[in-house]
Design a protein around this ligand. Structure first.
Ligand code: TXA
Ligand code: MG
Length: 355
């Protein structure tokens, strides 16, 4: 299939191009479009067969439901029951990188909700996404535009490398603004199911209530029961084995020095740490940004993880970041990309590297 590529300015979208894109969605096509977090792979949420195709394209398990994107609170209320007590708070925060889990009103098919009684709704803060949804006049169901398990596409190049020739249309509006997926919050328990750019502190400000954040959310524990279906699947992983160094970064080079026959490895981390590690070992490094600039680190994280696979090394080491603000989301994604494998001592690393 020939994929139609549409260049659309991210801030002042051309309405002619938006009309063409919405025509593709209304005709039942699949479209890859920008949001402020990552690129989404979407379809008319009311078109069951188009939504099923999204699962097939991603290789996504059918019990992992899609986020439904809306352009107004009214559109959200057409598919979900938003509790009255949260309506003002949601009005205050939307559009923004925050997704709410609310009771479904039965309008959406199983292909979207995975058979759950709840639905994930989000109003994205991206002019192109908002214009597209409102021009379509229907909610757009869209997971992140990546094959299941792989890092999300934060730019159109990545989305093209994943899906060119298999979807009807890809919109190119340059890099997504945040580069990390939206915060998911369950309204019934007021719990953060997935940390994202919208931080618990900001949620508290808007709702007058601090959401719960548990160990599963931090990516430190695996839930037996899937609170959010997505949490039980592997995520964001490179093909190369990736290990989290959870100790004090000042001790990493000394620790690596103590290991005999260390196979070739690469280091992913802040610019400061990359400099120190490359000076000590001359190994390849992937710098994500300056250490204090957590938004930059978040934005470069997935491309950094993907770049590891082109370096021809036995494994990668990634450093830990402060779990403050968006740092919570960064560490959640890193722990998942490492499938929970971390070390903080020479012994710990040797054990992991044992054949
Ligand atoms: O930023 C984002 O949220 C991006 C952009 C494209 O909007 N979308 C995204 O979608 O990350 P996806 O499908 O990759 O992640 C959706 C997450 C999954 O972990 C899924 O399990 C969870 O939301 N989810 C969806 N519906 C749910 C529900 N009813 N209850 C609990 N979790 C749900
Ligand atoms: Mg995803």
């Amino acid at each position: 299939m020939l994929t139609r590529k549409l260049h659309i300015d991210p801030i002042n979208p051309d309405m002619g191009a938006i009309a063409e894109a919405s025509g593709i969605v209304k005709a039942g096509g699949i479209i890859i479009f920008p949001t402020e977090t990552v690129y989404g792979i979407g379809a008319n949420a009311l078109n069951e067969s188009a939504c099923r195709r999204i699962f097939a394209l991603k290789g996504r398990p059918s019990d992992n439901p899609l986020i439904v994107h809306v352009s107004s609170l009214e559109m959200a209320e057409g598919i979900a029951s938003i509790p009255a007590e949260y309506r003002d708070g949601i009005r205050r925060v939307w559009p923004s990188p925050i997704t709410f889990i609310a009771k479904s009103n039965g309008t959406l098919q199983k292909a979207v909700t995975g058979g759950l009684s709840t639905v994930a709704v989000r109003m994205p803060a991206h002019p192109v996404a908002l214009a597209l949804i409102s021009e379509c006049g229907v909610p757009i169901a869209a997971p992140s535009a990546n094959p299941s398990g792989r890092p999300s596409a934060t730019n159109p190049r990545r989305a093209i490398s994943y899906f060119d020739g298999r979807v009807e249309c890809i919109i190119d509006s340059g890099a997504a603004f945040f580069g990390i997926e939206s915060t998911v919050i369950d309204l019934e328990s007021f719990t953060v199911l997935r940390p994202g750019p919208f931080t618990p502190e900001e949620i508290e400000k808007a709702f007058g209530r601090m959401p719960k954040v548990d160990a599963v959310t931090r990516g430190m524990a695996h839930s037996g029961v899937a609170v959010s279906p997505g949490v039980k699947y592997a995520h964001y992983a490179p093909k190369t084995k990736l290990l989290l160094f959870s100790g004090d970064i000042g001790e990493l080079t000394g620790l690596l020095d103590g290991i005999q026959n260390l196979p070739p490895f690469a280091f992913i981390g802040s610019a400061e740490s990359c400099k120190a590690v490359s000076e000590a070992f001359g190994c390849s490094t992937i710098a994500l940004g300056d250490r204090p600039d957590l938004y930059k680190i978040a934005k470069n994280l997935y491309d950094g993880i993907i770049a590891l696979d082109s370096l021809n090394v036995a494994f990668g080491i990634i450093e830990a970041f402060e779990e403050r603000g968006i740092g919570l989301a960064i560490m959640n994604r890193i722990r998942k990309a490492c499938s929970g494998t971390s070390f903080n001592s020479a012994d710990g690393l040797s054990k992991i590297l044992e054949p």
